[in-house]
Write a protein that binds this ligand. Sequence first.
Ligand SMILES: [Zn+2]
Ligand SMILES: [Zn+2]
Length: 770
Amino acid sequence: MLRRVLAGVPAGEEPLTHVAELPERAARVVPWPEWTPDPVRAAFTACGVREPWSHQVEAAEHAHAGRSVVIATGTASGKSLAYQLPVLTALTGDTRATALYLSPTKALGADQLRSVSALDLPGVRAASFDGDTPTAERDWVRAHARWVFTNPDMLHRGILPAHGRWSMFFRRLRYVVVDECHSYRGVFGSHVALLLRRLRRVCRRYGADPVFVLASATVSNPAASATRLSGVDCAAVADDGSPRGARTVALWEPPLLDDVAGENGAPVRRSAGAESARILADLVIEGARTLAFVRSRLGAELTSLGAKRILAEVDADLPDRVAAYRAGFLPEERRALEAALADGRLLGVASTNALELGVDIAGLDAVVVAGYPGTLASFWQQAGRAGRAGDGSLVVFVARDDPLDTYLVHHPTAVLDKPVEATVTDPGNPYVLAPQLACAAAELPLTADCLPDFGGEQARAVLDDLVAEGTLRKRPTGWYWTQRERPHGLVDIRGSGGDQIAVVEADSGRMLGTVNPGNACATVHPGAIYLHQGSSYVVDELDLESGLAMVHPETPEWTTTPRELVDITILDTVSETVHPALGGGEVRVCLGEVAVTSQVVAYLRKLPSGEVLDQIPLDLPENTLHTRAVWYTVTEDLVTGKGLDRAGLKRSEVPGALHAAEHAAIGLLPLFATCDRWDIGGVSTALHPDTEQPTVFVHDGHPGGAGFADRGHAALIPWLTATRKAIAACECPEGCPSCVQSPKCGNGNDPLNKKGAIAVLTAVLNTIRD
Ligand SMILES: [Zn+2]
Ligand SMILES: [Zn+2]
């Protein structure tokens, strides 16, 4: 297959940077555990599972013995059975026992409920309880359902605040299943971690101590991540016993184009979407069932269209065998697509990440990953859709115009041999802890005994603040919520709090969605393109006072990118390490709390080719964010001096060098901190007023921080090493989007000095390594 794809590459282009052959893995099946009730075994057998795989039984044994456990294995390794087996054993063995299932998306929850219902075991009474459950059905679920399928949002807003109405359910609760738990990261992950502590507290109130069963993609150190998320000690099962066909993984870098110029005349590469459309078309011609993952909904549509256009020239019937898939599809539409791809009526599908969750497609001939999906866990989950037992399959990773992607295609070991990153959560973030403690107190008064579970002294300090501001009342027996209205409705567990900005279609008055107030200036400024369920809108007006963004439907040929000016002030230095340099001077590495002031001042309009049309100024207010940052300072002679471990730059080159080093560092941090580059930001300056030195900052984009800066600080040397290598690996002469240009730079990517950045990073690394 790879040969066929390479045959389609135009002469003179050499996009392939690496090819790896991953060997086949045979299945390891084991007998059903002795404790498996006959009806449960019979039900699984009837659904096609004759014998379970080793990891499924290993996890089920832990859970059955009352030990909380996380199962962290690949896509299509049957993690569902690992929790269904102990849960169904409990529910059929004790006709009063109950269980709770949590998934990050409604679609996944609906699929899992369907698969349990298909087992058709009498008396299990599995039911969903989410935003779509009609009011009339809710009473029935509370009173009679024994396995409730819900999501963190509903647990937070609908179930825990009304725990009294669920008392029977909680009293008998034996298992809590947390599916796809690796998706709980950043601020959302911190909220979910505290939400699970609230759940355990409510269970204790009713005398229950449920066993937690978590399911995760393969991650490094799953036990530690699961323990941090759930608050209970978890055993880990990671030895995957499912079979896997041999796979070829190809790393692919689209060529620099001669005839298109980007910002400041920089060269641009052919877009990952256009390149993937061509690869997809070649594979479809070959008859290979192929899934292409594209980062955005618009991108998925364009990739599918691009492939159809190429195929139309080959055979008039082929375009109909390619489709686009996105979030928001109805269950019937998803089933139809699964079936068409399974039996080969469809050969090619371009999809957003929506397919990562809740669609049952595996065993394909090929997968094209257009752009790094943000985490290695996601990458392997997408790649895992390819692989038929016995037959070889192909995975092509196509790099986007981005320093992280550049680094990955030139450093195959970072993709192929690295353990998948642990998820980052920070339940101690006061911006998360305060509202969560308020919710907890409103559910049941908080006592001193509860505090260790919520962070101990940190929780006590936050509670003192809540008492001082009048949110809670302290009595001798604990902390009480004494207000009429419960706080839950005001706490947005997926965002960073605050009143959301509503996006409204001006003509119809229809509300399309909401955006975070902190991001509103960057995402729904006048002229911005707003995508909603595959349709495109243009923002006419942003009214921050009334919390409204007015839009109209329009599909322009360009995309928009905001431009921000950013300033940073150090509020508190939490950690500081001084590294003296050979021959004088030093590098300081710090972690601390900062105030970031930003202002969106303009936006760029760009064509899909990467060509920049123009930059349009905006007049929007400043926004201040209190968060955490990691930063390093270098003494000036280290930057401008010549000789050992000195960068040897001219004074005029310093701002561009630091700026370029900052951009690339932001691009590479997601490799170490499971964040998106849009979750973080940076500032660099040849003289910062607080440090009085040349300084590079990288900060979290969420109030209070989400743990990303802390992770960057902990991984500083590998992070800056990767940053330096990514810049050095790019073959552009003076800097381009693949290395040091940033799509969200407030200074129009000027000045940038690519060679200077390599020199500064080399000097810094040589100093801090010693
Ligand atoms: Zn470059
Ligand atoms: Zn910049």
